[in-house]
Design a protein around this ligand. Structure first.
Ligand code: ATP
Length: 205
């Protein structure tokens, strides 16, 4: 099914991971194990390293210490929609669908944007661009979704839609990691609060 975990063997493991950027240790000794259907919410103040943790998980940053293991395709959704601003939304999404597979129309419907397929990406509102980014994540068919502040700019109905997409992905064996200041409803998610170097402990919700 499009937008769901394609593999029942997806996993993401951090074992004693540290992250150093700009000459500063952001966090150290972060450990967690996520398997099919799991979710992790990463919270903490601005600049503590939430986005950096997602980039580590995506393999875009190197760990300073520790080990990261991942199995399954990864989609990272941050504030950059990575959609061609000049194209109508349906065609811009279609470019990625052409590479990843899936169906742009189904993905747009999943985020309530089926009626906006002809609107150029540059004309979308902030919240609509966020939803378009989610559509791209959904369409990717990736097993592991890394969502950076996915609720930013979303209205109440769209936050509910986001929570439903996350639940659906987990229900199909996918893994979701969310960095968020917002209190999203992600039942049974593990929680990681990055705050000080002594409190990077994962707890259950
Ligand atoms: N390319 C970079 N080079 C050096 N330092 C960086 C780079 N990108 C980010 N940083 C620094 O790493 C720290 C953590 O940034 P990061 O974006 O991971 O934090 P965050 O917890 O996601 O913050 P926010 O809640 O504001 O989104 C910040 O101090 C930031 O300045």
């Amino acid at each position: 099914m499009q937008g769901s975990g394609q593999s029942t063997q997806a996993n993401l493991v951090f074992d004693g991971v540290a992250c150093r950027r700009g000459g500063r240790t952001l966090f150290a000794d972060v450990s967690f194990v996520l398997g099919p259907g799991d979710a992790l919410i990463v919270s903490g103040p601005n600049g503590v390293g939430k986005s950096s943790l997602l980039r580590l998980a995506a393999g875009l940053l190197e760990t300073t210490e520790g080990r990261i293991e991942r199995s399954g395709a990864i989609a990272l959704a941050d504030e950059h929609p990575a959609l061609d601003l000049t194209l109508p939304l349906g065609r811009a999404l279609g470019f990625w669908v052409g590479l990843d597979g899936g169906d742009a129309g189904v993905a747009l419907s999943a985020v309530g944007m089926a009626h906006l397929g002809e609107v150029p990406v540059r004309m979308l509102s902030t919240g609509q661009r966020r939803r378009a980014t989610l559509a791209r994540t959904f369409a990717s068919g990736a097993d592991i979704w890394l969502l950076d502040e996915p609720g930013n700019g979303l209205d109440v109905a769209s936050v509910t839609m986001l929570e439903r997409l996350i639940a659906g992905h987990r229900g199909c064996g996918g893994i979701v990691v969310v960095a968020s200041h917002q209190g999203l409803n992600v039942p049974g998610a593990k929680l990681l609060h990055l705050g000080s170097l002594v409190s990077n402990e994962v707890t259950n919700a």
